[in-house]
Design a protein around this ligand. Structure first.
Ligand code: ATP
Ligand code: MG
Length: 405
């Protein structure tokens, strides 16, 4: 059944006091962006609800897109009808029938904004309830907690019917919490961390380190494909490629094996922080989970975090691998993440890095490097691209070529 309106309920942002207006405006922007190819849709953002007037747009496609937008608690497809009881009766039966399966119960709940309407709420409930009972065999009325609740609203501009509530993505509208830099590898954890950051309203930009020729173009492409996946939750994501080859080679030359990983991570953190500063981000996000590998112990975090005072936020810090994988599957990044391409960190990594690196030693070994020069050269060669939701390799290339032409 194709509906002509969708009513959106806000959820958590209803409680946000004076920020409420900014939140609602941002959500409206995000909804419009997600539905940008439906020019006919009108978005009305009220204080308590948002109404989408579909004007012929396919309600199934619209509802599918809405499930990816943070800040929406739930939504209901709505049928707006003329104030003609014959049409209302017929549509009410159709809508209940669509939700009905054997054993389900229903009720009709009418509200009137227009008290001059020919029928009062009781008469409406009786009339429509009778019509449903007559036409759907086996269905029963239940007033308390029915399976199907057909809501009917009589207003001056029409009669509105709805009987379905679809769960939204929850969270806060992307952008309302500010911008953060996501350290995105090709692994399982960092895309999940990015998704969770976006869920709390962060506008994420992806920072990816790669070390050609030690890492292949396909590893870079994998990171971009993962970005395109999580862009489903924000429309687009800026992807920042950081050339890391020279730094890794220098570290390998000058730093003892046990500290390769720690110093490498310190350099990644420094660069991410520089990029954050340049792009006016407020925090850094990564996919670290406590105790998962040597670089993710609290001792390691002390030695690595030492290079910045910027908040480093770790959305999956307390999750087990299985829990992270569970989320990766629901956001559809898992299959991509497990493709076997070498990561820049694994290639130079010793088989057994220190799980308890010493901060002073890390600083001392690092001082053998020309830190300023290395950072400056990497920063001079960043490459930034905009990645859209679901963009395939082919489409990305097309865009690059069209930029060149
Ligand atoms: P992931 O599954 O996210 O790759 P991981 O368990 O493999 O995580 P590590 O490789 O130790 O863990 O990386 C820890 C975190 O460091 C990652 O979650 C990511 O945020 C960041 N990171 C690692 N490699 C890169 C890279 N090449 N580019 C950007 N960030 C990276
Ligand atoms: Mg990794």
């Amino acid at each position: 059944m194709l509906y002509n309106e969708v009513m959106i309920r806000y959820g958590e942002l209803s409680t946000k006091g004076k920020n409420k207006k900014a939140f609602i405006n941002r959500l409206a922007q995000n909804v419009k962006a997600a539905l940008h190819d439906f020019e006919e849709i009108k978005v009305h953002a009220d204080r308590d609800r948002m109404h989408l007037i579909l004007n012929g747009a396919d309600s199934d496609v619209v509802m599918e897109r809405l499930t990816f937008i943070f800040g929406i608690q739930n939504f209901s497809p709505v049928m707006r009808l003329e104030r003609d009881m014959e049409i209302v009766k017929k549509t009410a039966v159709e809508m209940v029938r669509e939700q009905y399966s054997e054993g389900k119960t229903f009720k009709i709940s009418t509200r009137r904004a227009d008290h001059d309407f020919e029928l009062d709420t009781n008469e409406m409930n009786q009339l429509l309830g009778g019509e449903v009972l007559k036409n759907i065999e086996g269905i029963k009325v239940q007033v308390k907690k029915p399976d199907i609740n057909l809501r009917v609203e009589v207003r001056l501009n029409g009669i509105f019917l709805s009987c379905q509530t679809v769960q939204g993505a929850g969270g806060l509208p992307v952008g309302t919490s500010g911008k953060g830099m996501l350290m995105l590898s090709g692994g399982i954890d960092s895309p999940v961390a990015g998704y969770l950051a976006m869920k709390r309203g962060v506008e994420v930009e992806a920072v990816h380190f790669h070390s050609p020729p030690y890492t292949s173009p396909r590893a870079l492409q994998k990171a971009k494909d993962l970005t395109a996946k999580i862009a489903a939750f924000s429309g687009t994501i800026q992807f920042i490629e950081v050339p890391f080859t020279e730094i890794q080679e220098e570290i390998k030359k000058s730093v003892p094996e046990g500290y390769l990983m720690t110093v490498t991570r310190r350099m990644m953190m420094r660069l991410t922080d520089k990029i954050r500063e340049q792009r006016k981000g407020l925090a850094i996000f990564n996919g670290e989970s406590l105790g998962q590998v040597a670089s993710q112990t609290m001792h390691s975090m002390i030695a690595i975090n030492d290079v910045t005072t910027t908040p480093v936020l770790r959305p999956v810090i307390s999750m087990d691998k299985n829990e992270i994988i569970e989320i990766a599957k629901t956001i559809d990044t898992f299959e991509l993440s497990i493709q076997p391409f070498e990561d820049c960190c694994t290639i130079f990594a010793p088989p057994s890095p220190k799980t308890k690196p010493d901060l002073d030693k890390a600083r001392e070994y690092e001082s053998r490097l020309d830190i300023e020069g290395l950072i400056e050269r990497a920063m001079a060669n960043l490459s930034v691209s905009k990645i859209n939701v679901g963009q395939t390799l082919e489409e990305q290339q097309k865009e690059i070529y069209s930029d060149l032409l």
